[in-house]
Design a protein around this ligand. Structure first.
Ligand SMILES: NC(=O)c1ccc[n+]([C@@H]2O[C@H](COP(=O)([O-])OP(=O)(O)OC[C@H]3O[C@@H](n4cnc5c(N)ncnc54)[C@H](OP(=O)(O)O)[C@@H]3O)[C@@H](O)[C@H]2O)c1
Length: 305
């Protein structure tokens, strides 16, 4: 597995990151067993970086991962564990509560505490703010980061779904170097290429992590408004390229992200051991700039101007 240095993290991260959002399945014993198998398959395949959030499976994804750590405590020091917080669902904790974002100090401190307990670890290697809280006070977040670091609960910090101006705002308030911005990037959603996110990552040494990286190829991206004809055209180009490179069409989606100089780290969300392994093929495809643009053209339905 190829590796990459993210910020000032103590160890290099695998270029493909394993996303734990789906490891609970339907929370049945069988699904949880499958989730644990997926985690072990990812470690076996050379992934050393695992992405979590307090809300995944209502906490059960972190609990499942924590059980794997408990069963094999020697794994902990070899892994980079990332978690996120800041999203609060409707009716939580009280019936009638509205869905909201919350970066207040008390809330973030308690969520990190909960993640550490569920994951069975003393420290998070990376803690990300999950989605920008419209009401966030950068000074308060900076104090929260400092306290989490001082208490040894978090080593490094980053953000998710932040605009470049929100990154700049928070960075101006905290002495902690923001290490990552985790955003949605796939063939449907190319906002990060156009809205300055990847430019900022390159300029400021922030690593972009791409969530739902293979949306479009195997399922529809969130908020997708593409027509059936658009989809067919895009899939046809994926198939053509897959045949050319001798891989699965969805592997091309990873290669497309990996070519960008901002060193995008795709987050692999499959719970199927074979797919977790096969995704690595993207790292050695020798994917061309021409094919990158062919896929963009298929997506846009027209050549670049
Ligand atoms: N920061 C954020 O706001 C945010 C939001 C969403 C996600 N994330 C992170 O990003 C990670 C990855 O997202 P994701 O899970 O959507 O990743 P993904 O890798 O784009 O999608 C994985 C899903 O695609 C399915 N799949 C893969 N290959 C397939 C194939 N050939 N045919 C049919 N289905 C296939 C998988 O099913 P199987 O499991 O059956 O293989 C799984 O359900 C998450 O785990 C989470 O850590 C972050």
């Amino acid at each position: 597995m190829k590796t990459i240095q993210i910020g000032n993290l103590e160890q290099p991260s695998s270029r493909l990151i394993y996303g734990c959002m789906r490891i609970n399945g339907d929370n049945s014993a069988a699904a949880i067993g499958k989730g644990k198998t997926a985690i072990r398959a990812a470690i076996e395949a050379g992934y050393n970086h695992f992405d979590h959030a307090d809300i995944y499976g209502g906490g059960s994804c972190e609990t499942i991962f924590g059980e794997v750590i408990k069963e094999s405590p020697q794994l902990r020091e070899k892994l980079i564990i990332t978690s996120k917080a800041g999203i609060r669902f409707a009716n939580s904790p009280n019936a009638g509560d509205v869905g909201r974002y919350d970066f207040s100090k008390g809330y973030l401190m308690s969520q990190v505490e909960g993640s550490l307990k569920r994951l069975n670890v003393e420290t998070l290697d990376l803690f990300l703010l999950h989605r920008p809280d419209y009401l966030f006070d950068p000074q308060e977040v900076a104090e929260t980061f400092e306290q989490l670091k001082r208490q040894g609960k978090v080593k490094h910090f980053g953000v998710s779904n932040f605009s470049p101006s929100q990154v700049n705002l928070l960075q101006s308030a905290t002495s902690e170097k923001l290490a990552v911005n985790q955003v949605e990037i796939n063939i449907h959603n190319i906002n990060a290429f156009n809205n300055g996110t990847l430019d900022q990552c390159l300029q400021q040494g922030i690593t972009p992590m791409a969530w739902c990286p293979i949306a479009t190829v195997v399922y529809q991206a969130w908020g997708n408004t593409f027509s059936a004809a658009d989809e067919a055209r895009i899939l046809q180009e994926f198939s053509r390229q897959a045949e050319h490179y001798g891989c699965q069409p969805w592997v091309i989606a990873f290669a497309w992200l990996l070519l960008h100089p901002a060193t995008i780290c795709p987050i692999v969300g499959s719970t199927t051991p074979e797919r977790i392994q096969q995704a690595k093929a993207a790292l050695s495809l020798n994917y061309s700039r021409e094919d990158w643009y062919r896929l963009l053209e298929a997506r846009n339905g027209m050549p670049v101007p």
